[in-house]
Design a protein. Sequence first.
Lengths: 142, 151
Amino acid sequence: MSLISISQVHVGLELPAQEFVFTRADLIRYAGASGDFNIIHWNERVAKEVGLPTVIAHGMLTMGTAIRVVTDWLGDPGKVIEYSARFTRPIPVPDTDEGSTIKVSAKITELLENNQAVISVSAIHNEVTVLAKTTATVQLAP
Amino acid sequence: MAINQEFIGRTYPPTEVYSVGREKIREFANALGERASCYFDVESARALGYPDLVAPPTFAITFTMQAAGQVIHDPELGLDYTRVVHGEQRFVQQRPIFAGDEITSTVSVDSIRSAAGNDMITVKAQVHATDGELVSTVYTLLVSRGVGEAS
């Protein structure tokens, strides 16, 4: 597929939203793949001891997953030239088959020179924003 | 305990060389639930104009967080790691990371500030290919929650 052109987009354009589910298995898989074995992401006993309701998702799992709304739309993840997020609320992941769901939406907020676009990303769990000030700058075709 | 402001600007030695492998990219992409073929299939990545598999945009965290450990665990800094949470994260990519890259990370203390009883430190990791090319710059903001602060 060819890269989306700057002429095909405008400020306010909403990208297709997606929902993602995190289960305990997903947290363990991400811990292994990323090397982040912080105990609050896999040990319920310790998570509760430090005041959390249960184990929580890695912020970087949420951030890494949320960008899929941008890269799936873009078709080329190598064109993400900047990506930043603030972790505002943890996502508790109970020991259930259903896990925890995040809803991710994104829209273009600014067009820059050199055919670049700034995209604002929103990630919501249980009606609470879990990533704030989350933006991606992408390179589009002329 | 306040962290040592004199650490702003301090730079640590580059890490050992990290070899970016195809299977690590596949494993990381799989852990994010990714399905995009350029993370898994070399021909798909080449069709996009890349030399080999492309790493996901947040892949660098797998080695920069470890590199940042040099700062986090530096006893002179005075950071209480048990009170540290990940506050913000930013990736600036000069180019994507590819399978086959041989890279090093050089970490430095970008900023230290205090607000609402919390200490905040931003660790900057510059990721270079072994030929010296800057590949990406990764900023990690860590928040050390003040004692007595309700979390």
